[in-house]
Design a protein around this ligand. Structure first.
Ligand SMILES: Nc1ncnc2c1ncn2[C@@H]1O[C@H](COP(=O)(O)OP(=O)(O)O)[C@@H](O)[C@H]1O
Ligand SMILES: [Mg+2]
Length: 258
């Protein structure tokens, strides 16, 4: 049996028949515990690929397989769908403004596990504690939470059905710089504690470097370069990768020797 959780094979994504494809010739493999980055400037096709990975956009050519099965053929509640979950760029836009943190997470647990309200609520509390939210905060709605807390709720909601892969699309881009590192560290901790695989989408190569071991560089819907993240930084092969390195605020991140 293959240990591949996610596989993208020569995939092309389009939003309409007439328009040029938003991403082409995409190939990607994600195994348990992997951390893979997708990096590129705005409009380069990163979110499109992310949507393909979580099955919300089907490829117009090629395939996206989750545990060897195409997303396209899966029923609405096929258990395989639990395996891959998305953390969105803007937690405020992606959370239901009427639901408390606890209710947001409990809803996922009720839907997927058929848990009764009380059981779902207490399990939701446990998942929220895992992302650092406890006590009175868990009863607040999004408007009563800070940006960082809201993104923690978004992460808890993604974790609630027990995924093996998190696809995080610019998870810190909407946050104050002061809390960005906390959220990135939370993702690292969850990867370790849950054995989660991460697909980290970012325009910021230093963020991709911090979280991932392998990465692909996107430019205008195409992969221009891919390989170990550290090599992309230390020996960029493509001028566009060099450009991304030059755009890192404060210069390229210093790496420890060895
Ligand atoms: N819903 C959509 N409908 C039509 N075109 C889209 C849609 N979303 C993205 N695109 C186009 O697809 C291309 C890639 O966009 P996107 O994947 O969002 O890039 P990124 O996430 O790297 O900024 C862009 O040209 C964008 O205009
Ligand atoms: Mg995007």
């Amino acid at each position: 049996m293959s240990d591949l959780l996610l596989e993208v094979v020569d995939a092309e994504f389009r939003y309409s028949k007439g328009a040029p494809p938003a991403a082409v010739s995409i190939n990607l493999e994600v195994r348990a515990g992997d951390a893979v980055g997708i990096v590129g400037e705005s409009g380069s096709g990163k979110t499109t690929i992310g949507r393909g990975l979580v099955g919300s956009l089907h490829p117009s050519a090629g395939s996206v397989l989750v545990q060897g099965r195409p997303w396209k053929g899966l029923r609405r509640r096929d258990p395989v769908r639990r395996l891959v979950q998305m953390v969105f760029q803007d937690p405020y836009a992606s959370l239901n403004p009427m639901l408390s943190a606890q209710a947001t997470v409990a809803e996922v647990i009720r839907v997927w596990d058929g848990a009764k309200a009380k059981v779902a609520a207490s399990r939701a509390e446990a998942v929220l504690a895992e992302v650092g939210l406890t006590g009175e905060v868990t009863h607040r709605r999004p408007a009563g939470l800070s940006g960082g807390q809201r993104q923690r709720v978004g992460i808890a909601r993604a974790l609630a059905c027990g995924p093996q892969v998190l696809v995080a699309d610019e998870p810190t881009s909407a946050l104050d710089v002061s809390v960005q590192a906390n959220v990135l560290n939370l993702l690292l901790d969850l990867r370790a504690s849950r054995g989660l695989a991460l697909v980290l989408i970012s325009h910021d190569l230093s963020v991709v470097d911090y979280l991932t071991e392998h990465a692909m560089v996107m430019y205008q819907g195409r992969v221009v370069e891919s390989g170990p993240t550290r090599s992309l930084l230390s020996e960029p092969q493509h001028p566009y990768t060099r450009q991304l390195i030059d755009s890192i605020p404060g210069g390229p991140p210093a790496r420890p020797a060895g």
